[in-house]
Write a protein that binds this ligand. Structure first.
Ligand code: ADP
Ligand code: MG
Length: 228
């Protein structure tokens, strides 16, 4: 597998604590899910990869530059319509106004929200707002989409809908790197699981093997607690 991102001895220290501790990791799968206990450093690792945090040490090397976007647990909606929220990102890319609107409408249709295009985004339900957030990034056609627990605050039905959209974005050719608290979802989306424990990579394992028999005791304990 050709790595699209290689991290070597990556570290992040905050106030004397090593949050990311000597991480060496090569990512090559199209769909990677990062799992690990609360506070393990999953969000921090994704933020380092997306460039929102600066490592205290080590290197992060891209095989080639990739366009990327990130989606968070709680979507940040501008105080305007759903459509304008999607148009906004496209405008920043310098596209002509009619092209922005055309692409934004298409992206909203992809996430099943055409009929809510003119609604104020902040009045939509949590699940609908997350779908607007996904339309916003999908319209940009990033090569890599990073998602940090995108369904953690959603009800099961909205969660399944968001999962369906993530799978469609993946099918359109975008690489997926995400975390989730939902192990069923991890299983359905991932090709490869990266398991992180106390800031360190415990293992990197193909998904079927991970859920059948993880290699490390830390991951075995985690699965036993999460899926007794
Ligand atoms: N800016 C920060 N300063 C100090 N500690 C932090 C900071 N950000 C995160 N942490 C700590 O680092 C650890 C990892 O956090 P996080 O990456 O959010 O974990 P996860 O997403 O796996 O739950 C936690 O113990 C958290 O409290
Ligand atoms: Mg987190």
């Amino acid at each position: 597998m050709n790595a699209w991102l290689t991290m070597e001895n990556l570290g992040l220290t905050e106030g004397g604590t090593r949050i990311i501790d000597d991480v060496s990791l090569a990512l090559g799968a199209q769909r990677t899910v990062v799992l690990g206990p609360n506070g393990a450093g999953k969000s921090t690792l994704l933020r380092l990869i997306h460039g929102l945090l600066h490592p205290s040490g080590g290197t992060l090397r891209w095989a080639r530059p990739v366009s990327q976007a990130m989606v968070f647990q709680r979507p940040v909606m501008l105080r305007t319509t759903a459509l304008a929220n999607v148009v906004y990102g496209l405008k920043l890319r310098g596209l002509a106004a009619d092209e922005c609107e055309r692409r934004a409408r298409q992206a909203l249709a992809h996430v099943g929200l055409e009929r809510l295009a003119k609604r104020p985004a902040r009045l939509l339900s949590g699940g609908e707002q997350q779908r607007v957030a996904l339309a916003r990034v999908w319209a940009l056609e990033p090569e890599l989409l990073i998602l940090d627990e995108p369904t953690a605050s959603l009800d099961p039905a909205s969660s399944r809908e968001v999962e369906r959209i993530i799978n469609e974005i993946a099918a359109s050719g975008t690489r997926i790197l995400m975390t989730t608290h939902n192990l069923g979802q991890a299983r359905r989306i991932a090709e490869e699981i990266v398991f992180i424990d106390r800031g360190r990579i415990a293992e990197q394992t193909p998904v079927a093997e991970f859920f059948k028999l993880p290699r490390t005791a830390a991951a075995q304990d985690f699965l036993q607690e999460e899926m007794p």
